[in-house]
Design a protein around this ligand. Structure first.
Ligand code: AP5
Length: 218
């Protein structure tokens, strides 16, 4: 199964990607995670990307596209993959199309998480992430058993730098002006599936599994 998860910040793409990739043994590729890792490790790409990310702007296409094409070429994607947060511009979508033609691995589906703005704000201001294993929590929606501590690995939970209200507002603006047009791009290719990002985690997971089964993707 070769999928793209598309949707506004906080729609729950990372949360669903984690469970779906585990269930179906897919390679999870999140440009947000790759960029945060690059920033943490002070790589040349990370140093260039940091200021854009702190403002909630998009990192230049060539940096993120290089990260994904590199991974597609070098990792084992035979069981399939899930792209989370990429592509985010028409240019990135075209680069992805070309890379997948070269690999003879066309996309099966783009899942678009249609999500209300009030949902996004509540989710992002309450998001907490494990510093060690990356597991995603929410202070009220998906709280950890012990405050500030990951249920899985006991790592410390932290709040992302760009999950402040002002930055979140800019990320939503950027999504509306630069990424939303990809809905039409993939609709025209007849591979877009719209789901409601407002559903709770388990409900959405079941809906996705059901539709994948019904359409023969799994
Ligand atoms: P990135 O990390 O991709 O951020 P994003 O797209 O803004 O998405 P988020 O990670 O914020 O949200 P999500 O949809 O994954 O939600 P999550 O599952 O965590 O990108 C960060 C930055 O990197 C960008 O601003 C940009 O600068 C740069 N960048 C990345 N990719 C790029 C690209 N391709 N091109 C250029 N620049 C790029 O859930 C959110 C919260 O809600 C969590 O607390 C979770 O526990 C909770 N939650 C999730 N689902 C549910 C649910 N169903 N019900 C209740 N709560 C839920």
């Amino acid at each position: 199964m070769k999928l793209v998860l598309l949707g506004p910040p906080g729609a729950g793409k990372g949360t669903q990607a984690a469970v779906l990739c585990k269930e179906y043994n897919l390679l999870h590729m999140s440009t947000g995670d790759l960029l945060r890792e690059a920033v943490k490790n002070n790589t040349a790409q990370g140093i260039q990307a940091k200021a854009y990310m702190d403002r909630g702007d998009l990192v230049p296409d060539e940096i993120v596209a290089a990260m994904i094409t590199e991974k597609l070429k070098n990792e084992d994607v035979s069981a399939g993959f899930m792209l989370d947060g990429f592509p985010r511009t028409k240019k990135q979508a075209e680069i992805l199309d070309q890379a997948l033609i070269e690999l003879a691995m066309p996309l099966d589906r783009v899942v678009y998480f249609a999500t209300k703005e009030e949902t996004i704000l509540t989710r992002l201001t309450g998001r907490r992430i494990c510093r060690s294993c990356g597991r995603i929590f929410h202070v009220t929606n998906i709280p950890s058993k012990k405050e500030g501590i990951c249920d899985g690995c006991q790592g410390e939970l932290y709040q992302r730098n760009d999950d402040k209200e002002e930055t979140i507002k800019n990320r939503i603006k950027v999504y509306n002006s630069q990424t939303k047009e990809l809905i039409d791009y993939y609709q025209a290719k007849n591979i877009l599936q719209q789901v409601s990002g407002d559903m709770d985690v388990n409900e959405l997971f079941s809906v996705l599994k059901d539709t994948f089964k019904k359409s023969g993707l799994i």
